[in-house]
Write a protein that binds this ligand. Structure first.
Ligand code: NAD
Length: 523
């Protein structure tokens, strides 16, 4: 059955505003067939979504914290109840196996649970008596309409790094998911509506660069959260910042796994296979470079090769499959081209995924089995480029010093891991490596929801990581208040105070009657 995916604006599907509608095909990666179409927004649809979000903002900002959290708790329950259905929607358009897709929903759900604790996270500071009868306090307030622009590889989880926290903080959201797998975002929008989220608080526009450009140019969009490839992240950061918006733009990755001679080599080989080939390597935290100490490199390669031979590649909805197809034909061809370029540049093709058997797969599916290039050096294209597919590169180094030097010279800094039995070596690695997320005997160190997710260097443009307390900071701005209340009956400046308190406010330095602020109150 062919699906047609349109936008979600003001609490319902929205077929489009402009006369000239554009659309794109959606593919089933396991068969190569077109399975549906998605509308592509232009400026008119983006305007409509931002207007709906702007209209919903004042009431949502002023909704009590308990009203906001009751919606979040209900959304969490619905997400949990529909996680299998969501996983199947993701798998059908992305290609990843259903169990991987269920894992992504579970990680997104953890951020929703984190956001359910928002009352605690939105407590400001309070200082009594900063001067005589003067108190100072800070209030974190929402920003307004925020845009979320997300990549194809986690069509549910990456949006959920952003919108649960943004909405919990009192903002309204326009999500622009990847046009390659747009259906998960629509199901999430329906679940929000079922949870009782007021219309217009969460909107979805589908589209490509034109929709993104319209969001970046829109004066009512106050902040932009982006996740995608480094060139796009870099340009979105520059454009959004130039337009005066707050922006966090997470980019691509080249994640190294350093294996030292004293590592548990079976654990390291298991980790290289699951972190290198899980989700067909289309994970920003996938291991793409295995950096092996020379003394154990052959042994490690032999253990990886043995495991890869047993890896079951097949359609995402087949329970036997451990790895599915790639997202599009073009992407599969681009990833496969690195096997040829690697060999041309002097690497050894130790495992050729082009010959890996596909269980029950349609020959037109976007298949590429797990592959490994050995004896890769830092100048080869298969090392300098982000491949974003099931191709591991193996590099050999003499020791920890050389491994650290190699990893730190790479422009990306998203995730990395060290496998070792030596605590002191692990501690030195953790201390000196220039990467935002570090695993010690853990291959994919995605931080849990109450920490924050983000890389360093070319993997993140901006100052804030996603979710956790950094997410709360990103989606709020702080107002600092300095207040003086004079007891009733005392002489002072004009103004009417709250009757219940029996006091009245005195305005700054202008107030007569012994102003003793330790700072210029008008400044
Ligand atoms: P992409 O950069 O092609 O697209 C990301 C988003 O930007 C999509 O919504 C897309 O429609 C939009 N877009 C694409 N080209 C654009 C352009 N020229 N102008 C404006 N908008 C544009 O990324 P992708 O292929 O969807 O996803 C894979 C990439 O995302 C990889 O590089 C991966 O490492 C990265 N990623 C990073 C993280 C992280 O946390 N750092 C997480 C997931 C994915």
């Amino acid at each position: 059955m062919s699906t047609h995916v349109t936008h979600w604006i003001g609490g319902k599907p929205f077929a489009g505003a402009g006369a000239a509608q554009r659309s794109a095909d959606i593919s089933d990666p396991a068969t190569g067939a077109v399975s549906g179409t998605v509308d592509l927004a232009g400026a008119a649809e983006v305007d409509a979504a931002v207007a709906a979000a702007r209209e919903a903002f004042p009431a949502w900002r002023d909704a009590s914290l308990s009203a906001r959290t009751s919606v979040l708790f209900r959304f969490r329950e619905l997400l949990d109840r529909h996680s299998d259905e969501l996983a199947r929607i993701i798998s059908a358009e992305h290609g990843k196996v259903v169990s991987d897709a269920a894992g992504e929903v579970a990680r997104g759900l953890e951020v929703v649970e984190f956001a359910c604790g928002i009352p605690h996270l939105l407590k400001g500071g309070y200082s009594e008596n900063v001067s005589s009868r003067v108190d100072a306090y800070s209030i974190p307030q929402p920003l307004g309409v925020v845009a979320a622009i997300t990549p194809f590889n986690f069509p549910a989880m990456v949006p959920m790094w952003m919108f649960p926290v943004a909405i919990a903080c009192g903002n309204t959201v326009v999500l622009k998911p990847s046009e390659k797998d747009p259906s998960a975002a629509m199901r999430l929008a329906e679940l929000w509506a079922e949870a009782g989220l007021p219309d217009g608080v969460f909107n979805v526009v589908h589209g490509d660069g034109a929709a993104v450009e319209a969001l970046l140019e829109h004066p009512d969009v106050k902040a932009v959260s982006f996740v995608g490839s480094t060139p796009v992240a870099r340009s979105i950061y520059a454009a959004a910042a130039a337009a005066g918006k707050r922006v966090q733009a997470l980019g691509g990755a080249k994640n190294h796994m350093l294996v030292l001679p004293d590592a548990d080599l079976d654990a390291a080989a298991d980790a290289a296979v699951s972190a290198g080939f899980g989700s067909a390597g289309e994970r920003c935290m996938a291991i793409s470079a295995v950096v092996a100490a020379e003394s154990i490199a052959d042994d490690l390669l032999e253990r990886i090769t043995r495991r890869v031979a047993n890896l079951r590649v097949g359609p995402g909805d087949d329970e036997r499959s451990e790895m599915g197809p790639l997202v599009t034909r073009e992407h599969r061809d681009r990833v496969a081209s690195y096997l040829e370029s690697g060999v041309r540049e002097g690497a050894t093709l130790a495992i050729d995924g082009r010959t890996h058997p596909v269980l029950g797969g349609d020959p037109d599916g976007f298949w590429l089995g797990p592959s490994l290039l050995d004896h890769v050096t830092p100048r080869m294209r298969c090392y300098t480029d982000e491949i974003f597919g099931p191709v591991l590169s193996m590099l050999r180094v003499p020791d920890l010093d050389a491994g650290l030097e190699l990893i730190n010279a790479n422009p990306y800094g998203n995730g990395t891991a060290v496998f070792t039995g030596d605590g002191a070596a692990a501690r030195r690695f953790q201390n000196e490596v220039e990467v935002g997320m570090v695993g010690i005997n853990v291959p994919i160190p995605v931080p849990v929801a109450y920490y924050s997710f983000g890389g360093w260097k070319d993997s993140l443009f901006g100052d804030s990581h996603m979710y956790g307390t950094e997410g709360v900071h990103f989606y709020t701005r702080t107002k600092a208040v300095t207040a003086r209340w004079r007891p009733a009956g005392q002489a002072g400046g004009a103004g009417s105070g709250p009757g219940a308190a029996g006091g009245r406010p005195v305005s700054g330095a202008g107030g007569a009657g012994g102003v003793d602020l330790g700072f210029p109150a008008g400044g």
